[in-house]
Design a protein around this ligand. Structure first.
Ligand SMILES: [Zn+2]
Ligand SMILES: [Zn+2]
Length: 176
C-alpha cells in the first residue's frame, strides 16, 4: 500500500486529474522513489518532467531548489495575496492544458482545480458554463454548439474549478 499523498488544498485530487501518477521513478529533489511522480508542467531552467514527487511539491522544496513553478502566474486578480499565488504556483501540482494553463481565483483565493472536463461534466454546473459562455460571447448563437463540443479528452476542453469559500464553480476552455 502506497503512502497517502500530501494534502493539496488547491488541487484536491491530483491522481484523479492525472497530474500525479503512480510510478517507481526517483524524485530528483529528495532522491526517493515514493510510489508517485508529478507529471504536470514544470517551468524551470532544468528539464524536470516526470522527475518530482508530490511530497517535494507540497513542502515547497522542489520549487525552491530548482527555482520552479508549476503553474504560470500571469493572470491573477488584484485581490489575491502574494502568499496565495506562491502556494498555487510553487506548492500545488499544475495541470496540462492545450495552451498555457490559467489557474482560476475567486473570493480572493485560489480555486480548487477539479480537472479537465467536457460538456457532460459541465452540464450540471450553470455557473461554470456561464463563465465559458461569457468568455466566448463573441461567437453569438454558436456558443451553445461550442459548449456541447467541449470534450474532456479532446479539443476544445474545459477546466473546472470550485471556489474554496463560496462553492461557485469556475471554468475556462482552450483548444489545440
Ligand atoms: Zn521528492
Ligand atoms: Zn467564491
Amino acid at each position: 500500500m502506497a503512502e497517502a499523498l500530501p494534502d493539496f488544498p488547491y488541487h484536491p485530487d491530483p491522481v484523479g486529474t492525472g497530474a500525479v501518477v503512480e510510478s517507481d521513478a526517483t524524485c530528483l529533489n529528495c532522491g526517493q522513489a515514493r510510489g508517485f511522480i508529478y507529471r504536470g508542467p514544470v517551468y524551470a531552467v532544468e528539464e524536470l518532467d516526470e522527475s518530482l514527487c508530490p511530497w517535494c511539491i507540497a513542502d515547497g522544496s522542489a520549487a525552491e531548489r530548482f527555482d520552479a513553478i508549476f503553474t504560470d502566474d500571469a493572470v491573477v486578480p488584484d485581490d489575491v495575496p502574494d502568499e496565495v499565488v506562491a502556494a498555487v504556483t510553487t506548492r500545488t501540482p499544475g495541470f496540462g492544458g492545450w495552451q498555457q494553463e490559467v489557474w482560476q481565483y475567486h473570493c480572493g483565493d485560489g480555486a480548487a482545480f477539479l480537472g479537465a472536463v467536457g460538456w457532460s461534466e459541465l452540464e450540471g454546473h450553470d455557473d461554470a458554463l456561464d463563465a465559458v459562455r461569457r468568455a466566448h460571447s463573441g461567437m453569438g448563437d454558436q456558443v451553445e454548439d461550442f459548449l456541447r463540443a467541449l470534450d474532456k479528452d479532446g479539443s476544445p476542453t474545459a477546466y473546472l474549478f470550485r471556489c474554496r469559500h463560496c462553492g461557485t464553480h469556475l471554468a475556462y476552455s482552450d483548444s489545440d
